[in-house]
Design a protein around this ligand. Structure first.
Ligand SMILES: [Zn+2]
Length: 65
């Protein structure tokens, strides 16, 4: 995992499982950071945005807190 300056999006992940978060993301509200981080970490398990991905994302974002 690494953090870098990114201009177009908050984060990305490669097919090799490397997740990169934008430096600017650290300045965002907690909900935004949480959503982006959960989103990218889920991509390590599910590489697409299919129904499984959406179900897992919803479960993670609503389950805790
Ligand atoms: Zn995604």
């Amino acid at each position: 995992m690494r953090v870098a300056e990114m201009t177009r999006k908050w984060a990305s992940c490669s097919t090799r499982g490397r997740v990169t978060f934008a430096l600017d993301l650290l300045a965002q509200p907690e909900e935004v950071r949480r959503e982006v981080i959960v989103h990218e970490l889920l991509h390590l398990k599910v590489p697409n945005h299919g129904p499984l991905f959406k179900a897992l994302l919803a479960a993670h974002l609503s389950g805790e807190s």
